[in-house]
Design a protein around this ligand. Structure first.
Ligand SMILES: Cc1cc2nc3c(=O)[nH]c(=O)nc-3n(C[C@H](O)[C@H](O)[C@H](O)COP(=O)(O)OP(=O)(O)OC[C@H]3O[C@@H](n4cnc5c(N)ncnc54)[C@H](O)[C@@H]3O)c2cc1C
Length: 395
């Protein structure tokens, strides 16, 4: 049986390997890091229903395993300058929930176990340095690592992340923009027995944080705090662990400054690969190898897993047309997500005065016009539907 190579054991590469095994294809997954590596931080927390459905299609029961561990909350609140403008508690869902929230390391743990169970062959410590397309059939792709070892396969799925070597070796450009400034992401452990309410809270212009916006999102065992810094804020003032200890009490109350697990600063890149495949239709780019979005709306990992599912479908079909169609549809989804994340970013980091004025007006009207509160609640995540839905999926 012919073999497919997957490069990168992040959430997207693991999903691609699982999806290929579900198509009964032999899969070798090549990962630069050593086996048992520890990746830091919560990173991509949300796993959306569409993603859970895809994962369950790859491995029946996987969605229940992930949602059984993750957190789904039913209350969402939004505050403007310290005053609540939106609060809604939804009835608990039946079936697959609309989302579940868990640290990316935990999602990867479930995916890795599922891959091992499904018979994916893993090669850890294999940093791919070169790609050659169209050597002798039936193996059309040859990958070489930096020790000179070579693996061949019918296709390669490049899930090697933002600095993708495969993308670079194929000469595929990333196109797009990067925004100003940064935000700070902090993981905080719960205080056992005194957990904060299980709800997602968004603050516009938090009065105790100099008017910066802040979001708090629970995950199993703790919560993530996300602070939007101003363009002229300095990392030392907000983005180091020492700095976080200073501002965190104003954001979540006392007692948490000793419970910080991880601090990271994150810049705003919106980039999409010029092509999701090579001219011979043998290498398929997925996940952050193909696109980079700001995290609002949780598009990065979710859309990466949708790429992985589509790539496996195309490889199983096996024709150049199927790969070309994958590349075109997923690139359209990438462009949609990039634009949607841009809309969210314009709302979250308004550079135009009119946006701030609209937000202030909506906050003033929210008590009497609930639609205004709902707009303030939803806008930070950008539109969810559009051409990507036409491409078959929301993401
Ligand atoms: C510091 C940080 C903070 C983040 N915070 C958030 C957040 O708050 N919210 C959010 O939604 N998203 C966040 N993200 C983004 C999120 O982590 C990504 O969307 C997600 O990891 C993308 O998955 P991926 O599988 O495409 O790539 P990755 O997770 O990057 O996986 C790529 C894999 O490929 C391997 N690899 C790389 N090069 C090679 C090579 N040459 N050969 C073999 N293997 C290779 C890497 O070791 C890695 O295992 C954050 C990312 C980082 C780095």
């Amino acid at each position: 049986m012919s073999r497919v190579l997957v490069v990168g054991a992040g959430p997207v590469g693991l999903s691609a390997a699982l999806a290929l095994r579900a198509k009964n294809l032999k899969v070798t997954l090549l990962e630069a890091d050593p086996e048992g590596r520890q990746r830091p931080g919560s990173r991509a927390l949300f796993v959306h229903r569409e993603t859970l459905e895809l994962l369950d299609g790859m491995r029946p029961g996987l969605a229940a395993e992930i949602t059984g561990y993750g957190q789904t909350w039913h209350t969402k609140r939004t505050l403007y300058r310290g005053r609540e403008v939106y609060a809604r508690t939804f009835p608990p869902p039946t079936g697959i929930p609309p989302f579940t929230s868990l640290r990316q390391v935990d999602t990867e743990r479930f995916l890795l176990a599922a891959c091992e169970d499904a018979g994916v062959e893993f090669v850890w410590g294999a940093r791919i340095a070169g790609v050659r397309v169209n050597p002798d059939p039936p193996d059309h792709v040859a990958l070489t690592d930096d020790d000179g070892r070579v693996w061949t396969g019918t296709h390669a799925v490049a899930a090697d992340g933002a600095r993708s070597t495969l993308r670079r070796e194929l000469g595929i450009a990333m196109e797009g923009t990067h925004g100003d400034g940064f935000h700070v992401v902090v993981d905080v452990a719960d205080i056992p027995g005194a957990e904060l309410p299980l709800e997602r809270v968004f603050h516009y212009e938090h009065p105790e944080l100099g008017g910066r916006s802040l979001m708090r999102v629970p995950f199993t065992g703790g919560f993530q705090v996300d602070l939007q810094c101003r363009d002229d804020d300095r990392r030392e003032e907000y983005g180091t662990e020492e700095a976080v200890r200073r501002w965190l009490p104003a954001a979540v109350g006392d007692g948490y400054d000793e419970r910080i697990l991880w601090v990271s600063t994150y810049r705003f890149l919106r980039k999409v690969a010029a092509s999701y495949t090579d001219p011979d239709r043998r290498v398929l780019l997925v996940g952050e190898a193909a696109h980079l979005f700001p995290p609002f709306g949780a598009r990065g990992m979710n859309s990466g897993i949708a790429d992985a599912a589509a790539a496996a479908e195309a490889v199983a079909t096996g024709t150049p047309d199927a790969i070309a169609s994958f590349a075109e549809l997923r690139r359209q989804a990438g462009l949609f997500n990039s634009a949607a994340a841009g809309t969210a970013l314009d709302h979250l980091r308004p550079h135009r005065r009119i946006v701030r004025v609209k937000q202030r007006a909506a906050a003033a009207l929210a008590p009497v016009v609930p639609r205004c509160g709902a707009w303030l609640e939803n806008a930070p995540y950008g539109p969810r539907h559009g051409s990507a839905a036409a491409a078959g999926r929301t993401y």
